[in-house]
Design a protein around this ligand. Structure first.
Ligand code: ZN
Length: 333
């Protein structure tokens, strides 16, 4: 399945390349295409690096140390990361809200954080999500869990998506959401998806990123876990089309029957919402380049390929922007 896909993608890159060139007698380049390309080109590797550096670090240590933790059972650790995300969203002029839920291993309330870019015409929502919390196989309070790949990488892409997309207006609403309590069993996202369902929020699609930075064989392979429902498969199609149309050099494998439910997208599947998991080449697909530092204190930035993370972020941000339908060129610089 993968090999066939790669061939198809390469072919359509060629077709897409020519079809994007305006020619005599053919319609001019659609304005939306220009905007999406502009959006994709703004994804910045150094921004991803800075976010991952902060998130993997212990407070008070040297810049970009690897001794931090975002273990959701440790209130001080995860709340510091939530504060970082909140300040980032608010600096962009987005309304950011901590959405509470209870987690069995923490006294008091735990929180996800959500920032909203309201649609010009609709409250139907496109979600760009990742889990902010981290863990190791032997964590205890005060212990290290830098979680650079799992999942400061996906979180950094959500923060970067907010920076870029908040400069534009979209017909539909975009929600940038960072979950916590993922490592305890998708607890935060289950509460959040339940809240949206109880409020009757219509969701056009959820793009959930969980581990997007490890590519030791540098082959650009990554996985889109769609499951078998039509709405989710369409999101996977949109991602693959985005790679092709904007010449993002990655080799996708779309998993339908073999898709995993082991990340926060599953909380949305359980509510009947269309959702996909975007993840590096894991043990699930036809090939396996699984990060050997997973859930260890060695899951640090130096093991990651940020050019690869950037390309995955470009695909997700580009696809999400298309689904939300841009209505305006950049509103400010
Ligand atoms: Zn994870």
């Amino acid at each position: 399945m993968k090999r066939v896909l790669v061939v198809l993608v390469s072919l359509s890159v060629i077709v897409g390349f020519f079809s994007l060139k305006p020619e005599i007698g053919t319609p001019a380049l659609a304005p939306s295409i220009t905007v999406i390309d502009e959006i994709i080109q703004q994804v910045n590797e150094e921004n991803l690096r800075a976010h991952i550096c902060y998130l993997q670090s212990r407070d008070g240590g040297e810049f970009c140390n690897t001794e931090g933790s975002r273990w959701a059972c440790d209130g001080a650790a995860i709340d510091r990361a939530l504060e970082y995300a909140q300040q980032h969203f608010e600096k962009l002029g987005l309304k950011a809200e901590r959405v509470p839920f209870s987690l069995y291993c923490r006294v008091g309330l735990s929180h996800n954080i959500e920032a909203i870019l309201p649609g010009t015409e609709s409250q139907q929502s496109v979600l760009i999500t990742a889990h902010l919390d981290s863990t190791t196989f032997s964590i205890s309070s005060g212990g290290m869990a830098p979680g650079a790949d799992d999942n400061a990488s996906g979180s950094s892409a959500v923060l970067e998506a907010a920076r870029i997309l908040s400069q534009y207006k979209f017909k539909h609403t975009i929600r940038f959401v960072l979950f916590t309590g993922e490592e305890q069993g998708l607890i935060g996202s289950r509460a959040y998806a339940g809240k949206l369902a109880s409020e009757g929020v219509q969701i056009l699609g959820v793009f959930n990123m969980d581990m997007i930075g490890y590519d030791s064989d540098s082959n650009g392979a990554f996985e889109i876990h769609a499951g078998t429902r039509e709405g989710s498969v369409k999101l996977a199609d949109l991602l693959v089309q985005t790679l092709t149309a904007y010449e993002i050099k990655l080799a996708p494998e779309v998993l339908e029957v073999g898709a995993t439910g082991r990340s926060d997208h599953a909380s949305f599947w359980n509510r009947g919402y269309p959702a996909v998991l975007v993840i590096e080449d894991s043990e699930y697909g036809e090939t396996d380049d699984f990060n050997p530092y997973y859930h260890s204190t060695a899951d640090t930035l130096d093991k990651l390929d940020l050019s690869y993370a950037k390309r995955i972020a470009q695909a997700v941000i580009g696809a999400a922007a298309q689904l939300a339908e841009p209505v305006q060129q950049k509103s400010f610089n």
